[in-house]
Design a protein around this ligand. Sequence first.
Ligand SMILES: [Zn+2]
Length: 272
Amino acid sequence: MLSIGDYQIHSLKVQDFLFEGGLMPVRNVDPLKPMPKIHLATRLLLIVGNGRRILVDAGIGDLCWTSRWSTNATTPYRLEEELGKHGLHPGDITDLVMTHLHSDHVGGAFACGGDRLVPVFPYARVIVQEENFRTACRPDDRERPSFNETIIEEFRQLSLFTTVSGTHELFPGIDVILSNGHTRGQQLVRVSDGRTTLLHGADLIPTTSHYPVTRVSGNDIDARTVIEEKSHILEEACQHGWILFFGHDPYKHAATVLRRPAGFVPGPAPEF
Ligand SMILES: [Zn+2]
């Protein structure tokens, strides 16, 4: 178990999914055949303490099995089972912090209730960056496929929906860092007691494969910004011994950052 200040930190691996392995046009690939896919996971960060039970992101969820939803998930959503390991139910979550509103992070916040969607976390305050919410409400052609209009509308109607702006302290010892390269207004969640610091890398550093700073994802909206932001975060993490949490790595949920002549590489992290 990992404790930081008054908080206990847990990693919930709730789902597996397939993602386009290459979003770039390449030669010698039959354009009529699907692109090779890679395996990714959805991991949620659970932070318990100070009277709060905070979940970072909601994952893809089970709506993906319905015909109008992406079918990239390869396993059912194991939220209840994973929360159950810590004696919790979805109704116990007090705060749902969304790193950003792309579909693979929001779908799990709703379930099908007949012909309508019902909130999975009925008592949770939902915390979203204002700029990302604005982007999600009016996406451009580049980013539109990453959002689901229905879910965004459902969020807007929740009475506990809250927006925050910029780098911000959410709770004592928990703040968010703004990051704009993957999508405008993504927030990285940081938990620190001054000695131990854990940072949720969201989709800026979603796997250990993203450590090389110039390795950007095909769906990042601004590769240059991603490179600048990653260089800065990895440098800080390396210098101060931060633990990075990975929301999409299929093999590892956390690592530290070591500097090698060829660049940054994952280092050992405490067990949790
Ligand atoms: Zn994602």
